[in-house]
Design a protein around this ligand. Sequence first.
Ligand code: PLP
Length: 355
Amino acid sequence: MTSTEPIKIQKIAKSRVGEYDVNNVPFGKVFSDHMFVAEYKDGKWHQGAIMPYQDVPMSLALSALHYGQAIFEGMKAYKTSSGEINLFRPLDNFKRLNISAVRMAMPEVPEEIFMGGLNELLKLDKAWVPDSETGSLYIRPFMIATDEAIGVKASDTYKFIIITCPAGKYYSEPIKVMVETNYFRAVEGGVGFTKCAGNYGRSLFPTKLAQQKGYQQVIWTDAKTHSYVEESGTMNLMFVIDNILITPATSDTILAGVTRDSVIQLARDWGMMVEERKVSIKEIFDAHKNGKLQEAFGVGTAATIAHIVTIGFEGKDYELPPIEQRKFSPKIDQALRDIRKGRVEDKFRWIIKVA
Ligand SMILES: Cc1ncc(COP(=O)(O)O)c(C=O)c1O
């Protein structure tokens, strides 16, 4: 591919944006006017094109459906008070997509395709970015294997696609989670550090069982000993114990979350002690018993912060301090919102503006 080749743009005849109140749409069901599609074939990526959002015809032998070469990313764009569009750390999602690609024997997407496609798409669909305090445009870049053949092998052809949907007002309720010691999400040498579709498919059954018991999510533990916590649902896990921010270190069983990294950088900048290391279940419940467990929360693009109010373990529920007593996580939530909305100095250079 040559970067001088322009992105072909086919605009929708009439925007659908007026049919919705973008600040109040159900998440993940209404997609904006356009999508970006780039193809990999003959051993190289070809310049992508923007076209109206649409379904695509599909072979029933499509390789992604049978052998699981499917990876994705999740990120958000925010509207500032002056109407500019701020992308939050998109280069980190770009890099992580390619980390997933390498592990899944898929071709890496060139930066000019990812960032160029994203910028053009958001320029066109700017009106779809909610302007409410907590609203954003959710961006879903993904890549699928497109060979039309049965037979286990890495596909020779792929599609990289970006679709977007408004995430209106987002109220994140405090959650009740259950430590899972039966099933595991990821294993050393596996694919836990990637955003491959299979990681999510395999999580659904244990999550369903936890939900039947009244929990919203599980806390995944390590596959070997089930004694160290790893992540919760689609979030990284954090604890404040004795005023120290403690979070499981990233490894090949944990997704390196962009929100996780942002929270850590902010906390360190504020002078807070941060420990990234193995975190045992025992340590958490000892801290709880001694009154030192001040906060537990999940961090991720969807909710930013999901306060954990109850942790279930071996049939018993442990209640955590009420949200009103928590000092760190609400402050982080606000600080990240101010940066994304462009209200404070972006000292970490996290924002890339749609140009
Ligand atoms: C398994 C998993 N862990 C953690 C996260 C949080 O990552 P991020 O902060 O980049 O959204 C996600 C969401 O992408 C996830 O799917």
